[in-house]
Design a binder for this molecule. Structure first.
Ligand code: MN
Ligand code: MN
Length: 469
């Protein structure tokens, strides 16, 4: 090789960014650690298909690790571990740091709601001898993906007297499942001529829940198919039809998380967005020891519909919690928040060669290249994003570099093709430094999403070193 070629090679190594597959930058030991970490993650996925189940599973793990419910009247010491359960649908875990919160706190924030089919207030009806549920989809879904797949029913039904029952049908072996029917291809010439978005409309996402009536002497009677379903629900859960008015019932894919690929390098599952960030954020906090700055992991509800509601990230529950910590340390909450830092943990779109035209190759994120630090999300000229500062990007990039955490950066697809948001902007509203650090996902928001095990593990490592700062 000529001297000039060698010089150019050395120069490019020094000056140009390397974007090779992350596999070449980690040892087999790290791959093995990633695979092992993901066994716990798959278990979490299968136990946590709704926000309520995610909170319950998180509390179970946290209590095993010594966390106790937060009491604002109590005085906490460095190393104390607490959690604040907000209405069973969002949660904050915290480990008190040796400095307390006076120099700011370190926050990781993810969301635990996912796209799904919710029941309408009056869901149950019968038509042509079939019993059905009317649904209203939640979050950004491609509706055609929700037909002809097995669905399970999860959620809570509150009776008139305030008592409630938690429901989960279709997950265990031997339990019945449900589905939205689709039209056979033989009769689909009209449907197939429609655009993808119109072929299955919201009002067509009706769930098949029964096809046998209550038996009567003469075979006569009104709404016997609907009545039979209601009778079965009453027998099992002690509820009447009106109780469904005060319920949060979610129909989600009934299949379980599984390894994908001959090499088992990936996990296919419902609900990676955003459990793939929530689980690593929780585990990193559980393993953070006694940090210098008080460390928080926030799991929020309602991100998929705009972070609204009292369990969403636009609610004041996070700032109230930090205010309680500030009061303990005799400082103002605004001073704590202003000095605080946050990794907003949400997924990004992984480059999909099958749909290459939606991505700009140079600024895409790739499976197995590690966590993606997203300076901004949003759409139409960065609208609806917090756009992290160069300084904070630099700080987090340096942190991950020093600690051998694989990272990459990019955008969510081509400009003007679409876009999306995260909770980052609502945390930025509190005058906290925040940037998105998440895991690339294939088929995001589909009933079956795919992530790389190495990326999931790097997400955990990213939080771990962030809390240790
Ligand atoms: Mn998300
Ligand atoms: Mn999402």
């Amino acid at each position: 090789m000529s001297e000039k070629t060698t010089m150019a090679e050395e120069l490019s190594k020094e000056l140009l960014i390397s974007r090779r597959n992350g596999f070449w930058d980690v040892t087999d030991d790290v791959i093995a650690q990633a695979d092992e970490f993901c066994e716990g993650y798959k278990d979490f996925l299968n136990r946590s298909k709704t926000e309520r189940e995610s909170v319950a599973a998180t509390i179970e793990m946290a209590e095993k690790a010594g966390f106790v419910p937060f009491d604002s009247a109590k005085k906490y010491q460095p190393g104390d571990k607490v959690y604040m359960n907000n209405r069973g649908k969002s949660i904050i875990l915290a480990v008190i740091g040796t400095e307390g919160c006076k120099n700011g706190v370190h926050i990781s924030a993810a969301h635990i709601d996912s796209p799904r089919l919710d029941l309408k207030p009056y869901p149950l009806y019968e038509t042509n001898d079939l019993a059905m549920f009317k649904t209203h989809y939640y979050g950004g879904v491609k509706k055609y993906q929700w037909t002809a797949i097995p669905l399970a029913m999860h959620g809570r039904i509150v009776r008139r007297d305030g008592s409630y029952v938690d429901v989960c049908i279709g997950e265990e072996e031997g339990e019945p499942q449900f589905c939205v029917t689709d039209l056979l291809p033989h009769l689909s010439s009209e449907q197939s001529a429609k655009t993808l978005g119109k072929a299955i409309e919201g009002e067509a996402l009706n769930i098949l829940v029964g096809s046998r009536p209550v038996r009567t002497e003469d075979g006569k009677g009104d709404k016997l198919f609907k009545l039979n379903v209601m009778k079965l629900l009453h027998d099992k859960y002690g509820i009447i039809e009106e109780d469904l008015v005060s319920s949060e019932i979610e129909f989600v894919p009934a299949f379980k998380a599984n390894d994908y690929g001959f090499d088992r390098s990936m996990i296919g599952s419902y609900g990676h967005d955003d459990r793939v960030c929530a689980y690593p954020a929780v585990m990193a906090l559980l393993h953070c020891g006694t940090p210098k700055k008080t460390a928080l992991t926030v799991l929020a509800d309602k991100e998929e519909i705009g972070s609204i509601g009292n369990t969403g990230m636009r609610s004041s529950f996070l700032s109230y919690f930090v205010a309680d910590l500030a009061k303990q340390d005799g400082v103002e909450v605004r001073d704590v928040l202003t000095k605080s830092k946050c990794l907003s943990a949400d997924v990004c779109a992984a480059y999909d060669p099958t749909y290459a035209s939606a991505y700009e190759l140079n600024n895409s994120c790739f499976l197995n290249n590690g966590v993606s630090i997203m300076k901004y999300t949003g759409a139409r000229g960065k609208s609806g994003t917090s756009d992290a500062s160069a300084e904070f990007m630099g700080e987090i990039r340096g942190l991950l570099y020093r600690n051998n955490v694989l990272w990459q950066t990019g955008e969510l697809g081509k400009i003007d093709v679409g876009g999306g948001g995260t909770v980052a902007q609502f945390i930025a509203d509190l005058n906290v430094d925040v940037v998105d650090v998440g895991v690339p996902v294939l088929s995001m928001h589909a009933p079956l999403e795919v992530v790389s095990k190495l990326d999931v593990y790097m997400e955990y490592r990213a939080f771990h070193v962030f809390f240790a700062e």
